[in-house]
Ligand binder design. Structure first.
Ligand SMILES: [Zn+2]
Length: 451
């Protein structure tokens, strides 16, 4: 039998609206971080990454070739200019260094470089695949992008110094999504061996915007050199990339989303850190490529380890918000960060006010056991649901994808999953989620609460 009792206050998501009196003292904060870290050390089992399980998600990437190949900028220009007429070598360090009267010409040159890069990618793709339809599709999407428009907006946002003009734009390559995963196969564009290359395997404008930002030679979260040397935080880099993209889209009156909620967790977490730190200090650190400064501020406020827990892609906040990554210990991170005042509702509200994006309350994924302890997460993704729970220090996964126990093995499992997927609002979903959690609990023979 399924426990029919009403959802507790946790299931109704009251817990995440941290009240001031619940904010922990410094030593308590350190305790929650320590607790999560300790748990990670002992945790067995494997989280579910739906992104790779369900796949079908095309992607892009940016390869950093300059440093490893030690190609001088003069060589890069020489190579690019050969075969491309009317390209001029730009000798300005960055966009902020361009005098006003030269800006229009710099923009014209940047657009021209982009057109040539697109043409090169198109021709190369046809040589390899003869798939004209696909090539035209990709080309059509990417041709809507205009570097000059983007650069101008970046400059207005105070980010002009991030646009490195000492190299030509990276080469572009259209890739098949599968090949991209295998890596190392991309040596096709004429410039790929010596210059940076952007790989685009779908036609989304969001994708080219995203990869273009990576390719600018920007310093955020570590620039090209820093990223390889001491900047280790990919999640912050992706989050900031998406945050910049949102700002520019907003200024241009546009909105383009990456497919399948990609980097949603990275994006919101970067925003949250910006708000926790203060915008000025955050962006000053980003412009300096100084993620250590960000870590320092966050850990001073919330205790050692907080920076890594927030940005952890699997069990941290990034993972909790990303709908395609399931790990039971995200529940604990949610609970703890809420109590510490990090996940206050006001951040979700201000994010919505600013960008018009209603970020789903990640508390709606979290389920509690009969003792009201954070127990795991249940998430919908691409018309399926999955759940990851902690039972005696081990992760137990349920999903109708490979590598997890199907929900149908639970009592009433199939019916509950159906109800869950039919729910039209969180209000409808949460009671079903509660019932699923009870069924999981029962199947794991977890102890019943003392009545
Ligand atoms: Zn990226």
């Amino acid at each position: 039998m399924i426990n029919e009792s009403q959802p507790s206050s946790h299931e109704q998501n009251q817990a995440w609206q941290a009240e001031p009196e619940k904010i922990q003292t410094e030593s308590e904060q350190k305790n929650w971080i320590q607790k999560i870290i300790e748990f990670q050390r002992t945790k067995k089992g494997k989280a579910i990454q739906w992104l790779t399980v369900l796949s079908g998600i095309t992607s892009g990437s940016f390869l950093y070739g300059r440093l490893s190949d030690r190609q001088s900028r003069d060589e890069a220009w020489k190579e690019f200019q050969a075969g491309h007429q009317n390209i001029e070598q730009l000798c300005y360090t960055n966009l902020d260094a361009v005098p006003n009267n030269a800006e229009a010409e710099v923009f014209r040159q940047r657009d021209l470089q982009y057109e040539f890069r697109l043409q090169g990618a198109y021709n190369q793709f046809l040589k390899e695949t003869s798939d004209t339809t696909r090539a035209n599709e990709i080309l059509k999407g990417l041709a809507e992008f205009h570097p000059s428009q983007y650069d101008a907006e970046l400059k207005k946002q105070g980010l002009g110094s991030m646009i490195d003009l000492r190299y030509p734009l990276p080469a572009i390559k259209f890739g098949a999504p599968k090949a991209q995963k295998e890596g190392g196969e991309y040596v096709f564009t004429p410039e790929a061996s010596v210059a940076d290359t952007i790989f685009i395997s779908d036609e989304s404008l969001a994708r080219i915007q995203h990869e273009y930002l990576h390719g600018l030679g920007v310093k955020y979260g570590g620039g090209i050199e820093r990223r390889r040397d001491h900047h280790q935080n990919t999640e912050l880099n992706e989050g900031v990339t998406e945050l910049i993209r949102l700002k520019i889209d907003k200024a241009l009156g546009e909105h383009h989303e990456l497919p399948a909620h990609l980097y949603e967790g990275e994006r919101f977490t970067a925003y949250l850190i910006q708000e926790l730190m203060g915008e000025n200090e955050f962006w000053a650190a980003i412009k300096n490529g100084d993620s250590e400064q960000i870590r320092h501020v966050i850990e001073n406020k919330f205790g050692k380890g907080a920076f890594d827990i927030l940005l952890n892609k699997q069990y941290g906040l990034v993972g909790l918000i990303n709908p395609h990554i399931l790990d039971g210990s995200q529940a604990e991170v949610f609970d703890a960060t809420s109590r510490a005042g990090i996940l206050d509702q006001k951040y979700f509200d201000s994010f919505k006010d600013r960008y018009g994006i209603a970020q789903e309350n990640p508390g709606q994924y979290v389920v509690y056991d009969s003792h009201e302890q954070p127990f795991g997460v249940i998430k919908p993704f691409q018309g399926k649901i999955g759940g990851s729970f902690i039972n005696q220090g081990e992760l137990v996964n349920f999903a109708d994808t490979s590598g997890a126990t199907p929900f149908s093995q639970l009592e009433n499992g199939s019916a509950l999953v159906e109800q869950y997927l039919k729910a039209k609002s969180p209000q409808e979903r949460i009671p079903v989620q509660y019932k699923i959690a009870r069924a999981v609990e029962k199947s794991l023979s977890m102890p019943e609460p003392q009545k």
